[in-house]
Design a protein around this ligand. Sequence first.
Ligand SMILES: [Ca+2]
Ligand SMILES: [Ca+2]
Ligand SMILES: [Ca+2]
Length: 274
Amino acid sequence: MVISKPRHWKAIALVSSAVLVAGIAPQALAGENAPKGATASNVAPADAPAGYYDAAEGKTGDELKTALSGIISEQEVLSYSDVWDALKQTDEDPADSSSVVLFYSGESSSKDNNGGDQGNWNREHVWAKSHGDFGTSPGPGTDIHHLRPTDVQVNSIRGNKDFDNGGEPVEGAPGNSTDNDSWEADDEVKGDVARMIFYMATRYEGTDSHPDLELNDQVENGSAPLHGKLSVLKEWHEADPPSDFEKNRNDVIFDIQKNRNPFIDNPEWVGEIF
Ligand SMILES: [Ca+2]
Ligand SMILES: [Ca+2]
Ligand SMILES: [Ca+2]
């Protein structure tokens, strides 16, 4: 059940400022996913713990990517059924602890509205799981860094398309566009998409039992372990820097899965690696 469309982040910024002036710790989350009137149900974002990225210190290019891959590969691995409960925490609506914010549309939906029917939300694989054909067994297909609660029908329309600009507005998520071979995410989540794809390409290097995931500059990648388009995703990353909602999500995932998305913590690393 869709109950509201939270997009009014400026009001939250004002509330945060007022709270600061009053000398009380600001806990409201500013960002595209913080609805008007949001109150503190999540704590403010934290940074990576001291030392987390020490092994990446001073490195650039492929050496940096290898170091980051080693750091973020130290993680808990969830089952696909664990993912339901995890997403209820990672994507909780800051204005309503009984709801999640749906990806792409920005709408709010009851946590209990998960399922496979029209009007439900389900588990969107932002890195399309057919790209590398890894399915939903524990591994990349259950990695909550790139899994998001999404309206069933919107998820179905996105399918396994690569990301690119262009197309017609998507029914049920009109800020997003699609054509026969690609998906353009809403401006509010363009950078979120990009950083999730960069995370997947860095985490999965073929050094364990999972495929080496990488980016290329194409669409229609099919079942190859590749996702496009690199040039567009780099633009999206620049245009939409990490929001407080996205940073908080990284912290919640760190609690659950025990690893972080380095490109949310250090956006400049995208240009060093990709
Ligand atoms: Ca296209
Ligand atoms: Ca964003
Ligand atoms: Ca890789």
